[in-house]
Design a protein around this ligand. Structure first.
Ligand code: AMP
Ligand code: MN
Ligand code: MN
Length: 322
């Protein structure tokens, strides 16, 4: 931690980035860390390659995050947050890999240890919790903006203090953040309170798509791009749907297969993101890693380049070993 702080103090122009299809922890960690480094009078760029989910747009400094950046600029340091591997940043990852110093701040069990300096704590409830510790160690005051961002990261990564990563530290930090001006009701209203009509209709399609393995232990939801088009929704609207598949009785592992939107070189119907959630008895990060992805014990994911029939076949095979 001290090495990271010493390096940040020496840096002048810092590039901060987080993972594609960002969640609350990715967005919250990015903003809080960005504002902290800026408070040290550094030049900062906050980057994420995707459109940010509407539910996080209430965060006061959300507009500081840019979707396009020139990674060839004179950055002396890159700070990568909530990414198990550098590729999770998306298309800029190889340009970022060439930056002089890379700092890796994360809590995934599958973190590859990339970069020059690492602060990886797999017992942290969220990357935002690690960011909180760094800010405290730097002796910086935590503004209301920073506090709300960190709180949102911890709230969403613990599934509103329901998942197994919910810890006393998570509660202690959030309690302190409330003292710094965070309004939990307001945050919850934004993050969980509002669904567009399209999102409700998409949820209906997602629930309708659920299939259960023969042994009743694995549930699979499938969402195609055309369903998003039909309901006027975006991939960010899918966030949280997998919990409906996980809640079904006797289910040990829930899977959500999502067709990725077709890029120029991506024939439709041939590339999917697969999300995995377990009831806490199965290590899905291991399953995801065997497909080239990663994550946590109970929540993990990977991308797969194949036709849907083959993807489903491979997924249903998993039911035999759970
Ligand atoms: P998701 O199901 O996409 O919401 O992701 C669940 C968890 O797995 C998150 O902690 C992600 O950071 C992680 N994850 C998802 N996809 C990948 C991937 N392709 N490589 C590594 N980690 C991933
Ligand atoms: Mn994340
Ligand atoms: Mn996280």
């Amino acid at each position: 931690m001290n090495q990271i702080i010493n390096h940040l103090l020496k840096s002048k122009n810092i590039f901060l980035a987080t993972h594609v299809h960002p969640d609350g922890d990715a967005v919250g960690s990015l903003i809080a860390m960005g504002l902290a480094v800026e408070a040290l009078n550094k030049k900062v760029t906050l980057y994420n390659e995707n459109v940010l989910p509407a539910v996080y747009r209430f965060l006061p400094s959300i507009n500081r995050i840019v979707q396009h950046a020139n990674a060839e600029n004179d950055y002396d340091t890159a700070v990568i947050l909530d990414c198990g591997n550098l590729g999770r940043i998306g298309r800029l990852h190889s340009a970022i890999a060439r930056m002089p110093v890379i700092i890796n701040i994360d809590h995934h069990v599958t973190n590859t240890g990339f970069g020059d300096l690492q602060f990886i704590d797999t017992s942290a409830s969220a990357t935002a919790e690690i960011v909180y510790r760094l800010i405290r160690k730097m002796g910086l005051p935590i503004s209301k903006d920073m506090a709300t961002s960190i709180y949102t990261g911890i709230l969403t990564d613990t599934g509103s203090f329901r998942f197994s990563n919910t810890s006393r530290a998570a509660f202690d930090i959030c309690s302190e953040l409330m003292g710094l001006g965070v309004d939990p009701y307001d945050v919850a209203q934004h993050v969980y309170g509002t669904y567009s009509l399209g999102r409700i209709k998409l949820l209906n399609l997602a629930i309708d798509s659920i299939e259960i393995s023969e042994n009743g232990k694995l549930s699979v939801m499938t969402l195609y791009q055309r369903m998003l088009d039909e309901t006027g929704t975006h991939s960010e609207d899918i966030d949280g749907f997998i919990h409906y598949a996980k809640r079904i009785e006797d289910i040990k592992v829930a899977v959500l297969i999502r067709e990725l939107s077709g890029g120029k070189n991506r024939p439709p119907d041939s590339r999917y993101h697969v999300s995995l959630r377990s009831d806490g008895t199965i290590d899905v990060s291991e399953i995801a890693a065997s497909f080239g992805g990663g994550g946590h014990f109970s929540a993990a994911g990977f991308n797969i380049d194949s036709g849907i029939a083959d993807v489903k076949k491979q997924i249903f095979k998993l039911a035999r070993v759970i």
